[in-house]
Design a protein around this ligand. Structure first.
Ligand SMILES: [Mn+2]
Length: 240
């Protein structure tokens, strides 16, 4: 079997109808649906999601204990086979035919496999990689996707910060693919979170600040080419 191009990592809970709609969109708009796998994570106490008939053989359901989003994302990553991973939600409508080839094309510009590409979620736009697309090589260099400790928020922010840091180190590997629209239906709802849990996530995020700088350096060393603008700004820096 040839290697899969993309693994979608998709945690879901209690939203079977939305999930069905999301999955239908993923496959019906992909240019090469056969090179995609979807890994669902379903909590073992979520009976409707456990029992929901899977609409497609390319969807794999992992059932396990409820756990923090960070750990769950890393778990799904270890079970994935694709050359790239796409962090996904169960409340998305894929609006762009050929979204897979567009993302693969954007990431494929970097032969060393170091980049973070992301489409437009219809809410945050260029501001935030809400649904990050990462080559496997990048995830390996990061030692996974994100800190296990993160409960819900900050996974996107964590990845963005690493790549902003990498940009400061001279390699701009953050690619916003504006014409890929993954419409995020319940984006506002994610803000109605328990305030206390949100603060815990914030603290976990802050605690990883030095680690993100270290990870950015790791990525930079793996970059086969450093952008000339980065070289220039560092040269200017060293003159001071
Ligand atoms: Mn969502």
């Amino acid at each position: 079997m040839s290697r899969l191009a993309i693994s979608l990592l998709l945690p879901t809970r209690g939203r079977c109808e939305l999930l069905r709609q999301t999955l239908e969109g993923v496959f019906s708009t992909a240019a090469d649906a056969d090179s995609i796998e979807v890994l669902l994570y379903v909590d073992d106490d979520d009976v409707p999601s456990r029992e929901m008939p899977l609409p497609d053989a390319r969807v794999i359901r992992h059932v396990g204990p409820a756990m923090r989003m960070g750990r769950l994302t890393n778990e799904l990553f270890t079970r994935s086979h694709g050359e790239h991973v796409l962090l996904f939600n169960d409340d998305i409508i894929c609006r762009t035919p050929g979204w897979d080839h567009l993302l693969l094309g954007a990431a494929g510009r970097f032969r060393d496999g170091v980049c973070l590409a992301y489409g437009n979620d219809g809410v945050q736009g260029a501001n935030l990689p809400t649904f990050p697309f990462l080559p496997r090589r990048t995830c390996e260099l990061l030692g996974g996707i994100c800190p296990d400790e993160l409960r819900h928020d900050y996974i996107d922010t964590h990845l963005l910060d690493i790549f902003l840091c990498l940009r400061e180190l001279g390699a701009d590997r953050l690619v916003y693919v504006e014409n890929v629209l993954f419409e995020h239906l319940l984006a506002e709802k994610t803000h109605v979170l328990n305030r206390e849990l949100q603060q815990q996530d914030e603290l976990a995020y802050l605690a990883w600040r030095d680690e993100r700088r270290y990870l950015a350096w790791r990525l930079r060393r793996a970059c086969s080419q450093i952008d000339s603008t980065g070289e220039k700004s560092r040269q200017q820096h060293s003159r001071h």
